[in-house]
Design a protein around this ligand. Structure first.
Ligand code: NAD
Ligand code: TYD
Length: 355
C-alpha cells in the first residue's frame, strides 16, 4: 500500500487527481493537505469523504510544524504539490497572497520534504518523489507564428501569478541540484473539466450563460490558450510520477489551441443543443469588456518529450472533453450553488462591474 501526500487536493485539478487516484489504486491512501481558501471545496471530494484511504487535513503549506507532523505520521512515498493561488486576475488585483502561498509555501513544503527525506533509509529515500505542478505561463507569451513552448524555452513570466510560479519552479530545481531531493516538475497548459471553479473562463461562461448573464470576453477575444482535459492531465501526472526521470521537467498539453472567442462560441453552441433557451442563442449574451492588463496573447505546449519518453498522449479531443464538461455542469447545479459563496459573489461584483 502506497501513501501520497497531495497539497491543494480540494481545488480543481487536485480534487480530480485525488478522486482518480483512489478510484484506480484501491490499496493506496492519500493525505490531502489543503488550506481551504475560496478555491478549495470539500464538496468536490464527497465521493471519498469518510473513507480511511482519504485523510483530509485543513493545513496551510506555510505551516512548517504542521507539515513536519503530517509527514512523520503518515510517511508518504511521494508528495504531489498542487496547492497554489491560481487565478491571474486575482494576482493582478492582490499579488501578496500569490507570493505567500506559491513562493513561501512551496519553500516551506520543500524544507519539510527535505528534512523528512533525509531521515528515510537508503531504499525509501531512493524511491521518494516530490512532484511539483507548474504552468506553461512561466514561459511568457507567444507570437502567432512562434513554435510552442518546449521544456527548454527560457522563462519570461508576465503576471504576478506566473512570476510566483516561476520562483517556485526555481526553488524546486535548486533543491534537486543542491540537496539531491528527487524532484519532478510538470508544466501544463490550461485545464478544463469537472469541479473547475467558476471564476476561470470555461466554467465562468457556462454558469453565466445558464444564469442569463452577460458573457464577458476580454479585449478582442483572440487570445489563444491550449486546452487540456483535466482527466488527461491526471493521467500525465501519474505517468511522470511512476516513470519520469528525476530532476527533469515535462510539458503537458492538449494539442488544442483555440482563441477565447472560439471557446465561448463552442460553449454557446453546446448549450443551445443541450439546454436550449426559450428563444435565441446563448451567443447573444457575449459582450466584449476591457482587456486584462498585460494579457498574454498566446500559450501553446509542445508535449512531445512526454510522448517520446513516457508514451503519454491526451485521450480527449477538445470537442469530446468540452461536451463532457458542459454536461457535468448541467448535471451538478448543487455543486455550483455551493461553491459560489459570498466571497465569490464579491469577486464577481468587483471584477465584472461593467459587464
Ligand atoms: P485551484 O485554485 O482550483 O486550487 C488550489 C487549491 O490550493 C485550493 O484547494 C486551495 O484551497 C489550496 N490552497 C491555496 N493556498 C493554500 C495554502 N497556502 N496551503 C494549502 N492549500 C492551499 O487551482 P488548480 O486550478 O487546481 O491548480 C492546481 C495547480 O496547477 C496550481 O499549482 C496551478 O498553478 C497549476 N496549474 C493550473 C492550471 C489550470 O488550468 N487550472 C494550469 C497550469 C497549472
Ligand atoms: P483564465 O481561465 O483566467 O486562465 P489563464 O488566464 O490562466 O489563461 O483565462 C483564460 C483566457 O480567457 C484568458 O485569455 C483570459 C480570458 N478570459 C476572458 O476573456 N474573460 C473572463 O471573464 C475570464 C475569466 C478570462
Amino acid at each position: 500500500m502506497a501513501t501520497l501526500l497531495v497539497t491543494g487536493g480540494a481545488g480543481f485539478i487536485g480534487s480530480n487527481f485525488v478522486l482518480d487516484w483512489l478510484r484506480r489504486h484501491h490499496g493506496d491512501r492519500i493525505v490531502n493537505v489543503d488550506k481551504l481558501t475560496y478555491a478549495g471545496n470539500r464538496r468536490s471530494l464527497a465521493a471519498v469523504e469518510g473513507q480511511p484511504r482519504h485523510v483530509f487535513s485543513q493545513t496551510d503549506i506555510c505551516d512548517r510544524a504542521a507539515l513536519d507532523a503530517l509527514l512523520a505520521t503518515h510517511r508518504p512515498q511521494a508528495v504531489v504539490h498542487f496547492a497554489a493561488e491560481s487565478h491571474v486576475d486575482r494576482s493582478i488585483a492582490d499579488p501578496g497572497a500569490f507570493i505567500q502561498t506559491n513562493v513561501v509555501g512551496t519553500f516551506t513544503l520543500l524544507e519539510a520534504a527535505r528534512a523528512y527525506w533525509g531521515r528515510l533509509n537508503a531504499a525509501d529515500a531512493d524511491h521518494f518523489r516530490f512532484l511539483h505542478v507548474s504552468t506553461d505561463e512561466v514561459f511568457g507569451s507567444l507570437g502567432a507564428d512562434d513554435p510552442p513552448f518546449s521544456e527548454s524555452t527560457p522563462y519570461q513570466p508576465n503576471s504576478p501569478y506566473s512570476a510566483s510560479k516561476a520562483a517556485s519552479d526555481h526553488l524546486v530545481r535548486s533543491y534537486h541540484h543542491t540537496y539531491g531531493l528527487p524532484v519532478l516538475t510538470t508544466h501544463c497548459s490550461n485545464n478544463y473539466g469537472p469541479y473547475h471553479f467558476p471564476e476561470k473562463l470555461i466554467p465562468l461562461m457556462i454558469t453565466r450563460a445558464l444564469a442569463g448573464k452577460p458573457l464577458p470576453v476580454y479585449g478582442d477575444g483572440l487570445n489563444v490558450r491550449d486546452w487540456l482535459y483535466v482527466g488527461d492531465h491526471c493521467t500525465a501526472i501519474r505517468t511522470v510520477l511512476a516513470r519520469g526521470r528525476v530532476g527533469e521537467t515535462y510539458n503537458i498539453g492538449g494539442w488544442n489551441e483555440k482563441s477565447n472567442l472560439d471557446v465561448v462560441h463552442t460553449l454557446c453552441d453546446l448549450l443551445d443543443a443541450l439546454r436550449p433557451k426559450a428563444s435565441g442563442s446563448y451567443r447573444q449574451q457575449i459582450t466584449f469588456v476591457t482587456d486584462r492588463p498585460g494579457h498574454d496573447r498566446r500559450y501553446a505546449i509542445d508535449a512531445r518529450k512526454l510522448e517520446r519518453e513516457l508514451g503519454w498522449r491526451p485521450a480527449e479531443t477538445f470537442e469530446t472533453g468540452l461536451r463532457k464538461t458542459v454536461q457535468w455542469y448541467l448535471d451538478n447545479p448543487g455543486w455550483v450553488k455551493d461553491v459560489t459563496s459570498g466571497e465569490y459573489r464579491n469577486w464577481m461584483a468587483r471584477q465584472y462591474a461593467a459587464a
